[in-house]
Write a protein of this length. Structure first.
Length: 292
């Protein structure tokens, strides 16, 4: 009997970045227009696009062996799953999103204490109720079917709880952030029964390793350069590295090749400094995976 691992991939805001992550991890994925099925180049993987809000519940029920969704939606669904790894990425970057309490800029609501007896709209009803209970606040939490920001700015409700990456959309609707309830990142997680299956567990662990490796690599670049022996001490002092730079002698007497991995954001500062310290033939290159 053919062994299959059923994966739930988030449809919507995380869809493109999640597919790109799998692609960077080494998987070739084909999608058919208007279809919710994804075809992996691995015949042992069967993948379907599902709304991130629903994935934790379907994984818990065993409809899927594993899936990717935000920590916020795992908590919202009260889902009993096995978390395999955290994957820190979002729609537009590699930072966590924030779950925030927000109200109209010109409202009198400036803290959670001001919401006693008020109305809050959100998709994250359970998570919001847990937050209010922690602060001993009683108010009406109603489910929002979407366009949540306009409800607070148009005074249809007193406040909202919403997911934001930068806060720009909230600000554009004339809203202010009252409190950050939590930060959330996507998680790769498994159904409990599937995790206890040796073949599926090993398969999921391999996928997690590749996904984490691709994410690690996305923040780093490789650097190669040549340097004379007399310049090595100063260059090595300047070079950051995961462990230590690799140093290899060249055919020219007294010359060495150096190779290391650094944070991508450091490159524009460090390359001119390395040149000044005597490095030559400096090459910056992207890496596909970095497994620690």
């Amino acid at each position: 009997m053919k062994k299959i691992l059923k994966l739930a991939i988030p449809k919507g805001s995380l869809q493109e970045s999640t597919i790109n992550l799998f692609t960077n991890a080494g998987f070739e994925i084909t999608s058919i227009s208007r279809s919710y099925y994804l075809v992996f180049d691995d015949p042992e993987i069967e993948a379907v696009l599902i709304r991130a809000q629903e994935i934790p519940r379907y994984v818990e029920l065993g409809v899927f062996d594993a899936g990717i969704s935000g920590k916020d939606w795992i908590l919202e669904n009260r889902a009993r799953i096995v978390e395999i790894c955290e994957l820190c990425y979002a729609k537009h970057g590699l930072k966590p999103v924030k779950i925030v309490l927000a109200a109209a800029e010109n409202s009198d609501i400036n803290s959670v204490k001001d919401l006693e007896g008020k109305i809050i709209a959100t998709e994250l009803v359970n998570l919001t109720k847990d937050y209010l209970k922690k602060h001993d606040i009683k108010c009406n939490v109603e489910f929002s079917w979407g366009a949540t920001e306009i409800k607070a700015s148009y005074k249809l409700v007193d406040a909202i709880v919403e997911i934001t990456e930068t806060g720009a959309t909230l600000a554009s609707h004339g809203l202010k952030i009252i409190d950050v309830i939590m930060e959330s990142t996507p998680r790769f997680f498994a159904n409990e029964k599937s995790w206890n299956d040796p073949w599926k567990k090993e398969k999921m662990e391999k996928i997690a390793l590749l996904l984490e490796g691709a994410l690690n690599a996305s923040k780093k670049v490789g650097l190669k350069m040549n340097a004379h022996k007399k310049d090595l001490p100063r260059i090595l002092k300047k070079l950051p590295a995961i462990k230590k730079p690799t140093i290899s002698p060249l055919s020219a007497k007294g010359w060495y090749a150096l190779e290391t991995i650094i944070d991508k954001k450091e490159c524009k500062e460090i390359i001119p400094e390395l040149k000044k310290l005597g490095a030559s033939g400096i090459v910056e290159y992207n890496i596909n995976k970095l497994v620690y």
